[in-house]
Structures are given as structure tokens and as C-alpha cells.
Design a protein around this ligand. Structure first.
Ligand code: NAD
Length: 244
């Protein structure tokens, strides 16, 4: 087991990529903190993951709130006494061309996707620094690197995550804490379910297919494990070749 007894917080783990990461961590022996904003989904996901035979803590937290992110980490410490892995996965889109993009669309996307990463990272670093061990993995996006028409707010938040992660990687390296980004391409989840899976889209992907959540989760598990101890400040693309 790659993550035996490691304590892992996965934000936005009630569905999609986050849930898949939480399930893969559970298969690898980790203790999981399931967190999100929807109480009913939190309960269902926690029960599902607990039935895999691992210890689960379920905490309701909106990552855009500094206080709720702090409480998420404090509750984790009260239950498990430590936190080894933080996956900043929670994210939203409010797509529109700049002419129609509202201030609200801008603010909410930056608040959840970028400030949320700051809030949760800030809350775990003091503990990880004391432990002298920790892994922070941030789920960015191919569009944070390439840009995308109609997603200027989302792309800005995801590009911001990359700068934030590299800076933190430099700050925390001496404490044996690694910080890396995973940049998915087009992965089949509820977030992308409304986007047309058109021929034009498939033509933009050299491997000519969309990705699966497990293809993201397997890389995140590797980065969270001791096998990745010498990797920090990286942005690894899992996108069928879209960004190259
Ligand atoms: P999703 O919409 O299926 O799941 C997002 C999760 O985040 C949900 O559990 C949701 O409840 C949670 N969430 C939303 N706002 C939150 C908040 N304020 N506080 C806490 N939790 C919140 O999305 P997904 O496709 O699984 O995407 C997961 C991550 O991967 C996101 O950061 C997304 O930007 C990124 N990503 C996805 C794709 C893709 O193709 N699906 C591509 C690139 C990057």
C-alpha cells in the first residue's frame, strides 16, 4: 500500500475527480478527510469510502472561507493528530466571453479556485512544518497554461495556482514539504458534462479521446506517495497531449 496510515484531506471530494482521488487513496491505505459543501453528498461519499475499510472523517467546508478552511484542518487534527497530504481539488467554472463576464463570475471563480487553495494551504503548512513532512497537490488545468476563449476567469485562477504552488514549493522545501500541480485536460465529470464532446474537441487532443477520473487519481496518488519524494514545484499534464 502506497499511503498506509497517511492522513489525507481532499477538497471537493464528493464527486468527480476529487471523489476518485479519495477512493484511490483509500485503496492505498490512507485515512481520508472527505470535504465539500453539500451535506447530503458528503454523508453518502463518506459512507461509500468507509465501506472500503478505511477511516473516514467528513467535514463540511466551503474552501473560499478562510475560517471554514481553518476549521477543516483543526477538525482533522482533533481526529487524526496530523495531516500528511492536502489535495486542493475543489473548483468551479462560470464561463463567458469577457463582454458578458460579470464581476460576480470573476470574483466567485477566483475565490473558490485560487483563494481556496491559499486558505487550505495556509491552514496545513504550520502543521506540516512541525511534522517536517507533507505533500500538497493542487489540481490546476490545461487552460491555466494554454488559456481558453470564454474561460478568462477560470484560466486566471488556474494559472495563479501554478505561480502560488511554485512559490510555496520554494518556501517549504527545507521543511521536506513538496508542492506540485496536476493539470488535467478534458476529463469526463459533471463539470464537463454540458460541454459538447465534438469532433473539433477530439481533434484538439492528440490521443483522440477524453480522459477518465482514474487517470488523474493515479498520478495524484503517486505524487502523494514516498515514490515522489524528490519531485517538487512541478506541473504535470494529464491531457492526452493537449498542452504540448
Ligand atoms: P466537479 O464539478 O465534478 O467537482 C468539483 C467538486 O468541488 C465538487 O465536489 C464540489 O462540491 C466541490 N466544490 C465546489 N465549490 C466548492 C467550495 N466552494 N468549497 C468546497 N468544495 C467545493 O469537477 P471536476 O471535474 O471533478 O473537477 C475537479 C477539479 O479538477 C477542479 O478544480 C477543476 O477545475 C479541475 N479540472 C477539471 C477538468 C475536467 O475536465 N473535469 C479539467 C481540468 C481541471
Amino acid at each position: 500500500m502506497l499511503l498506509k496510515d497517511k492522513v489525507a484531506i481532499v477538497t471537493g471530494s464528493t464527486r468527480g475527480i476529487g471523489k476518485e482521488i479519495a477512493c484511490d487513496f483509500a485503496r492505498e491505505g490512507a485515512k481520508i478527510v472527505v470535504t465539500g459543501t453539500n451535506e447530503e453528498k458528503l454523508k453518502l461519499t463518506s459512507e461509500e469510502i468507509a465501506s472500503m475499510g478505511c477511516e473516514v472523517l467528513c467535514v463540511k467546508a466551503d474552501v473560499s472561507s478562510f475560517e471554514q478552511a481553518k476549521n477543516l484542518v483543526e477538525t482533522t487534527i482533533s481526529k487524526f493528530g496530523r495531516v500528511d497530504i492536502l489535495v486542493n481539488n475543489a473548483g468551479i467554472t462560470r464561463d463567458n466571453l469577457i463582454a458578458r463576464l460579470t464581476e460576480e463570475d470573476w470574483d466567485i471563480v477566483l475565490a473558490v479556485n485560487l483563494k481556496g487553495v491559499f486558505n487550505c494551504s495556509k491552514a496545513v503548512t504550520r502543521i506540516m512544518m512541525k511534522q517536517r513532512i507533507g505533500k500538497i497537490i493542487n489540481i490546476t488545468s490545461v487552460v491555466g497554461v494554454t488559456g481558453n476563449a470564454g474561460q478568462s476567469n477560470y484560466a486566471a485562477s488556474k494559472a495563479g495556482m501554478i505561480g502560488f504552488s511554485k512559490s510555496l514549493a520554494k518556501e517549504l522545501a527545507s521543511r521536506n514539504i513538496t508542492v506540485n500541480c496536476v493539470a488535467p485536460g478534458f476529463i469526463e465529470t459533471e463539470m464537463t458534462s454540458e460541454l459538447a464532446n465534438t469532433e473539433a474537441l477530439l481533434n484538439s487532443i492528440p490521443l483522440k479521446r477524453t480522459g477518465k477520473t482514474i487517470e488523474i487519481a493515479k498520478l495524484v496518488t503517486f505524487l502523494a506517495s514516498e515514490n515522489a519524494d524528490y519531485i517538487t514545484g512541478e506541473v504535470i499534464h494529464v491531457d492526452g497531449g493537449m498542452a504540448m
